[in-house]
Ligand binder design. Structure first.
Ligand code: CMC
Length: 377
């Protein structure tokens, strides 16, 4: 049998329809339910974008207030979840902590038990589960960072919206509105991106009629890798290695001679620039001005212009978001968990969409191992 035309990494393969987001590499545009992402980032709170991804429309004032009330109800971590996080060794990567916490929240859902035949849940149950995870993830991420720093956990505050409360629980200070705005924008930009590796993982798991929590746990595993979500953390490791803008050229000479991938650059879909970068770069610029750290922007610009000039490969969202999170004060290891907190909205919207028009995802492979043979007796 001749080898079929295999699309390694499913590159260029359209596997299903979706009404959640549209990526157009020709125009460098990304639409969530029809709205340009940069417009949403400039005008909406993250809760409204979560609602949009789940329901297909932006909420009116009453719908937004209702979502915010439910989100506030589920913010605090149970003792059991805290205890589960505490069991994760401090040396483990925080993504393992987040994965473990989500897994325990799933196992503790009173409606998720019983027969595997009921595992998938109804659309209403899945929406409730999605909101529960959306609400709990900031506390999980904040708890993890504080635990690693040897700091006491901070309880959520009912008078703060999602983004401000996230920063409050992490740092224990009233967040500056400039910082809240930049952080809110980053959450919106990270929320959804069609059939990326982690979202596809969530859809594969959902397609077996497994439950939403299992889909999110699997997606977290996929996101951890440096070719996907782990890149925002990896960008900071690169910045630390380079140190300052004047070191970019010799550093890049060496890195390219060693055939290293430069983290935060390149994209499977966008080949002439990631549509989310200008908005996140503008948010980074406001943070650079706010914290008076021009050297961060100098290093950012120097590496970008040198790498683009040499390779013609453009930055992706992780390139500006890594230094932005660093300026806000997040530990480098916390960056990919922040991506989880944002992307859980997109993942769960896809779980609901997949479950609503399901077909088991089960592709074929071309066997190129040994011909049939037999055990010698
Ligand atoms: N640094 C150096 N070379 C690169 C890079 C990079 N960041 N990205 C692509 N290339 C080169 C690659 O070496 C290859 O060269 P050649 O044809 O000579 O072998 C060519 O460009 C094509 O690269 P590829 O890896 O085959 O392309 P892909 O579409 O499979 O990869 C990617 C996309 C994101 C995996 C890749 O660009 C990469 O590894 N980037 C660094 C990691 C990163 O920033 N990931 C975040 C992705 S965006 C956010 C997200 O989705 O999570």
């Amino acid at each position: 049998m001749t080898e079929p035309d295999i699309k390694k990494g499913l590159a260029g393969v359209v596997v299903d329809t979706t009404a959640i987001s549209k990526v157009n590499p020709e125009t460098n545009s990304l639409l969530y339910r029809g709205y340009p992402v940069q417009e949403l980032a400039a005008t909406q709170p993250f809760e409204a974008v979560a609602y949009l991804l789940w329901h297909g429309e932006l909420p009116d004032a009453a719908q937004l207030a209702a979502l915010r009330a439910t989100e506030r109800e589920h913010r605090a971590l149970s003792e059991n979840v805290r205890a589960a996080i505490d069991l994760v060794p401090l040396e483990a990567h925080p993504m393992d902590e987040v994965r473990t916490a989500v897994s325990l929240i799933g196992a503790s859902d009173p409606h998720a038990g019983g027969s595997v035949l009921d595992a998938g849940g109804s659309p209403e149950q899945n929406l409730e589960r999605a909101i529960r995870l959306f609400a709990a993830l900031p506390a999980i991420v904040a708890y993890g960072q504080r635990r690693r720093r040897g700091e006491q956990p901070i309880e959520p505050r009912d008078d703060l919206d999602y983004s401000a409360n996230f920063l409050w629980m992490t740092f224990g200070e009233d967040p500056d509105p400039v910082v809240v705005d930049a952080f809110n924008r980053s959450m919106i930009l990270y929320a959804e991106h069609s059939f990326n590796a982690s979202t596809f993982t969530a859809r594969v798991i959902t397609s077996t009629l497994s439950d939403l929590y299992s889909a999110v746990v699997g997606a977290i595993g996929a996101l951890k890798g440096p070719l996907h979500g782990g890149a925002n953390e990896a960008v900071l490791h690169i910045f630390d290695e380079i140190g300052e803008a004047s070191n970019v050229v010799p550093w890049l000479d060496e890195a390219l001679a060693e055939k290293r991938k430069i983290m935060g650059f390149g994209h499977r879909v966008y080949k002439s620039g990631d549509s989310r970068v200008p908005t996140m770069k503008a948010a980074l610029d406001t943070l650079v001005a706010h914290y008076d750290k021009p050297e961060v922007a100098e290093l950012y610009d120097a590496l970008e212009s040198e790498f683009v000039a040499r390779k013609g490969i453009y930055p992706n969202l992780d390139y500006p978001s890594g230094p932005a999170y660093n300026l806000i004060g997040f530990d480098t290891l916390t960056f990919t968990p922040l991506f989880v907190a944002a992307r859980v909205t997109g993942w769960t919207a896809h779980v609901i969409e997949q479950a609503g028009a399901n077909a088991l995802i089960r592709p074929l492979s071309f066997y190129d191992g040994p011909d049939e043979r037999h055990v010698e007796s």
